[in-house]
Design a protein around this ligand. Sequence first.
Ligand SMILES: N[C@@H]1[C@@H](O)[C@H](O)[C@@H](COP(=O)(O)O)O[C@@H]1O
Length: 244
Amino acid sequence: MNIIKVEDYEEMGLLAAEYVSKKIQDKPEMTLGLATGSTPKSTYKHLIEAQKKGTSFKHITTFNLDEYVGLKLNDPNSYHFYMNEFFFRHIDIPRENTHLPNGHSRNIGQECEEYDKKIKGHTIDLQILGIGANGHIGFNEPGTSFESNTHVVKLADSTRKANARFFSSLEEVPTHAITMGIASIMSSKEILLLVSGEAKSEALERLLSVEELNESFPASILKSHPHVTIIADKEALMGTGIKL
Ligand SMILES: N[C@@H]1[C@@H](O)[C@H](O)[C@@H](COP(=O)(O)O)O[C@@H]1O
């Protein structure tokens, strides 16, 4: 795993955007895996800037990692809304090239199968990832099989609490989500893991020090991926023994 150390959240976003832009320039029709949450927001902001400087998203295809179950697509807390608000509506990507699981589908099981089929029809060239404080990737909570494909997960209490900051109350946070599975994440050619802030420092330390792959710490699987780059800021690196 290659680690790029940055000063703060903003620099992480800038570097990540430069990294992604370079990949798009090298392969304009690439498939990009996308994440949500607080972590990649500054990356999207800088990618929007990159378009003004010549990066075009016209020929890329995107697949998002996850979506809450039960929220309407236009709910401000849905990841559909998030992606549109913070990225898609600002760039030149054709909407039909963007893919997210539909957590408001009447048949969630079928939705998972269909989403999985769509992913398998592509090879994700670069997957942007965040990490949960409990080591989740996508919404693959501790205990998820490393062989998993797109599936429904019951969110850990700690994840619901961590994400409650976006909702008016904890009760409003959905209990379930659809997530790309760990096997799908691992099948991407390359992974860019973004880690920012003190709240992630324990998870990052665990990831860097873990020696055995363990389903109780989902991110540990990344140790077995041949091409992972981590961009981590000072606060996240605190306690890991890695000095800036
Ligand atoms: N489903 C998302 C993940 O894809 C994300 O990477 C992680 C960290 O979120 P954040 O970036 O807001 O800390 O947990 C969220 O719940």
